[in-house]
Design a protein around this ligand. Structure first.
Ligand code: ME8
Length: 536
């Protein structure tokens, strides 16, 4: 992916959003994937010392939610309240998602402002009334073109199917209001050309450009056959199309029309994180809406690939029964946050497999990282009564570790903080951990300890200091990814009294060698990543 510096974002907050998810059901691994990625990205930027705004929320209007509520015998409002409070917010809390706000599209702060925005477009002559007939996919909440539909087979023989949901589309015919989207094709293409980083990854950008080059049709932005939505302000027989309503959350949540100071400081987003299924809404319709209203465009729309199960996109109806809780019960929350970003190149599809997760957990988290932390703490305890010794004989081998750290910090910062290459950034940190393990194997402090000469004791002190100092940096660098184990490690190194809280450690300083002062109290706590058998 092309890098763009956050300095382009201006002086305001580094603003990152997730999609606002439909609450027709509980969150699954796919939703958690995007939300954890945003959390890691924003924690990383906070740890750079930047002002950050991380937004998530729920998309509560439209036919899909209405039908689900009806099928469950409750009103749509009751249905949403229950799911948001009992499923969505608790999962984000469980996964340590540190969002700054949570917007629900049924909130007045949203609905009032959406009406104002749409009224403004109407007043500017961007909206007109017309008729439309076409195939509509309710799970996508989108009109489809005939060309993209699939022919049904088996139980759906003779019917046309949505290419994403593989379910029959419905033919809709309605009098609607239309947004003059077709007028924006050239302007959008010009924007993509001038800002190649606007849509990422490259494959997503190419797909969107090809789609826009084919010519855009005007967009139906109202529905009149049901009423679960925000009313069109000048015609209350219509509700606003759920996607127009939903996209506007990115503006209403940060003060559009209500808090000019907050809006100025935050809007537009630096990164809209989306799944590739909803890329066109974010990279075509959303910027066109903003252009029509004279608002600035987001800096980047970054599409993650799909988590797949059995070769199909993981979805509410195709989960093979795995819930985020099932995985966190077995592997722990930190490992969960780490695994999907570590194992799948962001932007590409990836298959989840229990076996792969177990193997990586054991080799990288438990063996490489967790064992390193516990061995070092144990040796400082055994040979120095738990007081971190001074590095008295820093030589070539130690300098190689210090240099390796500086490289890892630079690499991780560029990849995670700028390119959203989480897998590459995490790999850089774990390569460093491997380097430290190699150093310990070579230096064999347990052998050096047997020699009581002053020289050998100075070597022993230096080796253990070096390993502990390397771990200090790992706690800082991994804190955005795995906050619980990083806090435990920080505690075990006795770092807080000397260096202050972990969250206040800056990425830019993480590679400065020698920050952890000698004399801290090192204690061996519980294993950072217990063996999997023990957690069952
Ligand atoms: O589309 N793999 O909501 P939604 C990876 N309300 N990511 C996945 C995934 C998978 N298998 N399944 C879901 C909507 N996601 C709209 C959004 S925004 C203004 C409105 C993630 O509940 C991914 O981020 O269907 C995807 O785009 C999103 O969940 C769709 O969530």
């Amino acid at each position: 992916m092309a890098a763009t510096g956050s300095e382009q974002a201006g002086t305001g907050a580094y603003y990152v959003s997730t999609p606002i998810y439909y609450v027709n059901d509980a969150p699954h691994l796919g939703h958690a994937y995007t939300t954890v990625a945003g959390d890691v990205l924003t924690r990383w930027h906070r740890q750079r010392g930047e002002k950050v705004w991380y937004l998530t929320g729920t998309d509560e209007h439209g036919q899909k939610i209405m039908r689900t509520a009806e099928a469950n015998g409750v009103s749509p409002g009751e249905w949403c309240d229950k799911l948001v409070e009992e499923s969505w917010k608790p999962l984000w809390k469980h996964l340590r998602i540190a969002n700054d706000d949570f917007i629900r599209t049924t909130e007045k702060r949203h609905t009032d402002r959406v009406q104002e925005f749409v009224q403004d477009l109407y007043d500017r002559g961007e909206i007109y009334q017309g008729g439309y007939e076409g195939p509509y996919c309710v799970p996508c909440e989108e009109y489809k073109t005939f060309g993209e539909l699939l022919d049904g087979e088996g139980e759906f023989a003779g019917q046309k199917l949505c290419p994403i949901h593989k379910k029959p589309v419905e033919m809709l015919q309605e009098e609607n209001y239309f947004f003059k989207l077709s007028a924006y094709g050239e302007k959008l293409l010009a924007h993509y050309e001038v800002h190649p980083e606007f849509i990422q990854p490259e494959s997503a950008r190419n797909e969107v450009m090809q789609f826009v080059r084919q010519g855009l049709e005007d967009l139906s932005i109202s529905r009149s056959t049901f009423d679960w939505g925000i009313k069109i302000p000048w015609d209350d027989k219509h509700v606003i199309y759920v996607w127009v309503d939903a996209l506007l959350n990115y503006a209403t949540a940060v003060g559009y029309g209500a808090d000019p100071e907050k809006f100025e400081e935050t809007f537009p987003a630096d990164v809209h994180l989306v799944g590739k299924d909803i890329l066109r809404f974010h990279a075509v319709i959303w910027p066109a809406m903003l252009m029509a209203n004279g608002l600035p465009l987001p800096k980047r729309v970054v599409a993650n690939g799909w988590l797949m199960v059995g070769g199909e996109k993981m979805s509410k109806s195709n989960l093979t029964g795995i819930s985020p809780h099932e995985l966190t019960d077995h592997f722990g929350v930190d490992a969960y946050r780490w695994y999907f970003l570590r194992a799948i190149a962001f932007g590409q599809d990836g298959s989840f497999s229990w076996e792969d997760f177990s193997a990586r957990y054991t080799s990288e988290l438990a063996n490489d990282y967790g064992n390193l932390a516990s061995r070092v703490a144990a040796m400082v305890g055994k040979y120095f009564d738990g007081a971190l010794p001074e590095s008295l004989a820093h030589g070539e081998a130690e300098q190689a570790i210090a240099d390796g750290l500086a490289t890892a910090v630079r690499e991780a910062d560029e990849r995670i903080g700028e390119q959203l290459d989480f897998a590459g950034g995490i790999a850089a940190i774990f390569d460093f951990i491997k380097q430290v393990n190699g150093y310990l194997t070579e230096q064999a402090p347990w052998k050096v300890a047997k020699d009581e000469s002053a020289e050998a004791q100075a070597r022993l002190a230096t080796i253990l200091y070096t390993a502990a100092e390397a771990l200090r940096a790992c706690a800082v660098l991994l804190n955005p990814v795995m906050p619980d184990s990083s806090a435990k490690l920080w505690d075990s190194l006795g770092a807080e009294p000397a260096l202050g809280p972990l969250a206040e450690q800056r990425i830019a300083d993480a590679g400065t060698w020698g920050k952890l002062p000698a004399g801290t109290t090192v204690t061996k706590g519980a294993a950072l990543f217990p063996r999997l058998e023990e957690t069952k």
